[in-house]
Design a protein around this ligand. Structure first.
Ligand SMILES: *Cc1c(COP(=O)(O)O)cnc(C)c1O
Length: 450
């Protein structure tokens, strides 16, 4: 199997969707039965088709169906599945050294990733990085580092936020179901403030920021807060783009009050929105930036990057972990940065927005359940609400996604009320693939929306 995987004569992955069985097909159904017997029911799958191969924006399942992937593993394979450059870098690194544990004997790849993050995160000041394994672990470390630096305990988060599935991050999430229900007791000293959600609150950025700040000043007090953790564009919450001026006002308040401003760029970062980090669209210069998902082309890697004086407040040995900054994951991340730089991939996000937004706005004109088309770059969503009452249409995104899956198009849902369809394709997706996916989605709306 290993030799076969490395064999360059492996049959090429198609570039168009291809549906040859019912979805899921017979081999996926058989695997699903094995999976149900062996894998915890707490681990769910949006679409139980088992994937055997992937390249670019295409997933091929065990029944030989080819799916156009508009999810990229939730914005992880941002530069494309099995990107040749990433695969070659990871294969080379696997043969050279796979593990030493950076806290025992270091290696250059970790340092290089830290240098690249310092270079590409916003802000022109000395920065340092710690590498970890997952987004939730980056959030945990960001909070730890901010607490150590400030000597304070309080953590502020926003409504509709998502930060992970560990004990601390469960308590930072907005949604209890499915993330935290029944998993308590939870971490304390976390304060959840109203966010800016222009479609629903109708507030300007300044008004929404005043509301957030006043809420935090009343319920906790600025001087007890170590940090404010925000997603510049909320991911699981439904790609909520805050009103102009909202985030800079929050950052100014943090700076004035000695609160570490942490941007959770785990979903919005690494070229997804056409900049390295979405913070740049809002003129934000966070004290700490959290990256994960798209950073290493599919390999598990995450990081906390920020002001040197904050990052260096931790005692030696206080940060780290066995697998954090694994050499193979770091080699893949270096290849991702190379690809973005050398091949001008930041521009691809704008190209994708230029295809998706007009197509979705045309659908909005036809289907009044589309309350809003929003997002930046390759991070676009539609929110579906009842046109007469404004009530969220919680079931509709799932039905539309199921329709699209039958046609070989993988689309993800999101939103606190489950009423959002989100598009976060890889930057490798072609205009023709996007247009094809949009025509399938149009058919889905035509057959399902009343
Ligand atoms: C996915 C995500 C996380 C958690 O990352 P994991 O790698 O799944 O632990 C945290 N924050 C945001 C914004 C995310 O999208």
């Amino acid at each position: 199997m290993t030799d076969e995987l490395l064999d360059s004569t492996l049959a090429p992955v198609p570039t168009e969707r291809r549906v040859v069985t019912a979805i899921p097909g017979p081999k996926s159904i058989a695997l699903q039965a094995r999976r149900q017997a062996a894998v915890s029911a707490g681990v769910s799958s949006a679409l139980p088709v088992f994937i055997a191969r992937a390249h670019g924006a295409i997933l091929v399942d065990v029944d030989d169906n080819a799916f156009l992937d508009l999810g990229a593993g939730i914005g992880v394979t941002t530069i494309g599945h099995t990107d040749d450059h990433v695969v070659a870098a990871a294969q080379r690194q696997l043969a050279e050294v796979v593990h030493t544990l950076f806290t025992i004997t270091p290696y250059e790849e970790y340092v290089r990733v830290a240098e690249l993050l310092a270079e590409h995160t916003p802000g022109d000041f000395a920065k340092k990085t710690v590498l970890v394994n997952s987004g939730a672990e980056a959030v945990e470390n960001g909070v730890k580092i901010a607490r150590k630096y400030t000597g304070r305990g309080g953590v502020a988060v926003l409504e509709h936020a998502y930060h992970g599935r560990t004990n601390l991050t469960m308590a930072m999430n907005f949604k209890a179901m499915p993330y935290s229900l029944g998993y308590g007791p939870f971490a304390g000293d976390i304060y959840r403030a109203p966010n800016s959600y222009p479609l629903h609150d109708g507030l300007t950025g300044a008004e929404a920021a005043a509301r957030t700040i006043s809420y935090l000043e009343k319920t906790v007090g600025a001087s007890d807060l170590a940090c404010l953790v925000v997603e510049p564009i909320q991911g699981e919450g439904g790609f909520v783009v805050p009103a102009g001026g909202y985030l800079p006002a929050l950052q100014a308040w943090c700076t004035a009050n000695g609160i570490v401003f942490i941007a959770d760029e785990i979903q919005s970062g690494m070229a997804r929105t056409g900049r390295y980090f979405a913070s740049e669209h809002f003129g934000l210069v966070p004290d700490l930036v959290l990256s994960a998902k798209g950073i290493a082309g599919g390999l598990p890697l995450a990081g906390v990057t920020g002001r040197a004086e904050i990052m260096d407040a931790s005692q030696p040995g206080g940060l780290g972990g066995t697998f954090g900054g694994n050499p193979v994951a770091c080699a893949a991340a270096i290849a991702v940065f190379d690809r973005i730089e050398q091949d001008g991939l930041l521009a691809e996000a704008g190209r994708i927005e230029g295809v998706l937004k007009p197509a979705l706005l045309a659908m909005q004109a036809k289907y009044p359940i589309i309350a809003e088309v929003r997002g930046i770059g390759a991070m676009i969503a539609v929110e579906l609400n009842d046109p007469s009452t404004g009530a969220p249409l919680a079931d509709m995104p799932g039905k539309l996604a199921a329709f699209a899956a039958q046609q070989g198009v993988l689309i993800l849902t999101a939103g606190t009320y489950g009423n959002v369809l989100r598009f976060l394709p890889s930057l490798a997706i072609t205009d023709a693939q996007l247009a094809d996916a949009m025509s399938v989605l149009d058919d889905a709306f035509a057959s399902l929306s009343v």
